[in-house]
Design a protein around this ligand. Structure first.
Ligand code: 5GP
Length: 188
């Protein structure tokens, strides 16, 4: 039996374009105990995204097969695609003592809160809706329709922010990173 302390499960949500990925990259550079759970998705890869690193890119059939095998901690449909957290890898990382971040949208987040009431939940907010729209456009990877859809989804998602124990505003990256690290060290 391992005598390592079990890691903390961290639910990490926030609207598309809020900079969650960038923050997480900085967090992982500063704290080696942090691991990101790699999700499965049926969305097509964006330019530069690597299968197995950013996501495991699956067909709808492959995704649904794993649902049937009870292989997900949670899953949700978001803007027409499935996204889900594979159970096994998260369990393995937690028992190895890592603090595992689930970077997922709120429908999946609510499922996680139900199943794991002591999950550490953090919601990342943009400084304003205008700044969120600017960031989504700057990314330049989405069509106008998709940007519109993601913005309305962002507003809907932000209405759930009070279900999360901590809200962190991503105005300045370093400030937000330090705030998240303080929360993690206090709670883990
Ligand atoms: P994107 O297409 O921008 O990569 O992700 C869209 C949304 O899906 C983001 O809010 C992202 O956090 C969320 N997401 C990514 N992986 C998962 C997952 O495994 N489960 C759920 N429920 N949402 C996810």
């Amino acid at each position: 039996m391992s005598n390592k302390k079990r890691g903390k499960l961290v639910l990490y949500s926030g609207s598309s374009g809020v900079g969650k990925g960038t923050l997480l990259g900085e967090l992982m550079k500063k704290d080696e105990s942090i691991r990101l759970s790699v999700s499965n998705t049926t969305r097509k890869p964006r330019e530069g995204e690597i299968d197995g690193v950013h996501y495991n890119f699956l067909t709808r059939k492959q995704f649904v097969d794993l649902i049937d095998k009870d292989g997900y901690l949670e899953y949700a449909e978001y803007c027409g695609n499935y996204y889900g957290t594979p159970k096994q890898q998260v369990e393995d990382m937690l028992s190895d003592g890592y603090n595992v971040f689930l970077e997922i949208e709120v429908q999946g987040g609510l499922q996680i809160m139900d199943k794991y009431p002591d999950v550490l939940s953090i919601f990342i907010l943009p400084p304003s809706m205008e700044s969120l729209e600017r960031r989504l456009r700057r990314r330049g990877t989405e069509t106008e329709d998709v940007i519109f859809e993601r913005l309305s989804e962002a507003k809907r998602e932000m209405s759930f922010k009070n279900r999360y124990k901590y809200n962190v505003v991503n105005d300045d990256i370093d400030t937000a990173v330090n705030e998240i690290l303080d929360i993690l060290h206090k709670e883990a």
